[in-house]
Design a protein around this ligand. Sequence first.
Ligand code: GDP
Ligand code: MN
Length: 380
Amino acid sequence: MDLYEYQGKELFARFGIPVSEGRLATTADEAAAAAEELGGEVVVKAQVLTGGRGKAGGIKLAEGADDARAKAEQILGLDIRGHVVRKLWIERASEIAKEYYLSLTFDRGAKKPLFMFTTQGGIDIEEVAEKHPDALVRLHVDPFEGFQPWQGRRLIYGAGLADPDEQKQILTIVGKLYAAFVGTDAMLTEINPLIVTPEGEVKALDSKFTVDDAALFRHPEIAEMRDLEAVPPEERAAREKDVTYVKLDGEVGILGNGAGLVMSTLDVIALAGGKPANFCDLGGGGDAEGVVDALEVITADPQVRSIFFNVFGGITRCDEVARGILAALERMSISHPIVVRLDGTNAEEGRRILAEASPDNLHVEPTMLDAARRAVELAA
Ligand code: GDP
Ligand code: MN
């Protein structure tokens, strides 16, 4: 789960990483009131789950309430890389002397958290990594040993940070970032820029924070931060119905039972020259209830043009799945063509049940590849 900047900063503050004071606003008037309350110069920041807001005009300095209202009007409704701005973070403006970069992400290859630090912050970190790889210090932390203070020193000395006062503050922040990362089951935490003010104070001016979805049950207060309005309707439905659902970008909706079968179904669709729009995993279930839930989720995705229902009967019997499909079609009206492939336990019985009922939009195919070809054809 990705957090907005203001939510990430709230977590930073909870773990003792310095941030600026701010207020959330959803209208220009609220932005003005927030600026009034904060006093002096503020920065009006678009809250969207994507980076590069500054370049896209989503971050503007404002002097006083009226100016904040005007800047908020310019930013609200802006489309930043496909994300429409509906929320603003109004923050007390900072003076910037230097911009650094600090992140801690989970490196799956190394199976360890990875710190990255450079004094060349502010801009695209990918550019620093490419053009000045020596300036970007990378350091893995052994999760069993935990973070050791010497690692923080290696990180900042390696980047050539010379000012003792900055060293001291950043060492503290590095330790706290590790505590925040582990304490929230984060997958990614990034501070870009980590600034030094002209007075020599170091603080996080931005935040990027991703928490592991599978660990959210341990952090109900973070799970609550989820912004349901930003989630597409079918993903919201999937969550409510407890359906395993993943959105992709093609046109064939996929429904299967079991993760392995679903993965090979994606491959077969690709082999047939198509692209999956999404997939749902029925798991062990195949009863009408489960099928209705999954079909509702899949058909709520506007990109779906055809549906490929791929079932291999094991403990789940194909005749039961077939009855589930028919019951589902009776309960809800679906105009999409549905291609079904049934194999395994009671497959013949299942196919016979579907053939007898034979709804117009239902196509039964004998093999997975035939079914995939048909589904791709029907999505064209
Ligand atoms: P991003 O573009 O989405 O990464 O958003 P950031 O929060 O990192 O802001 C982008 C840039 O806006 C920063 O690198 C700063 O240069 C500038 N900026 C953000 N907040 C302030 C502020 O309080 N004062 C000043 N002077 N500049 C700011
Ligand atoms: Mn940034």
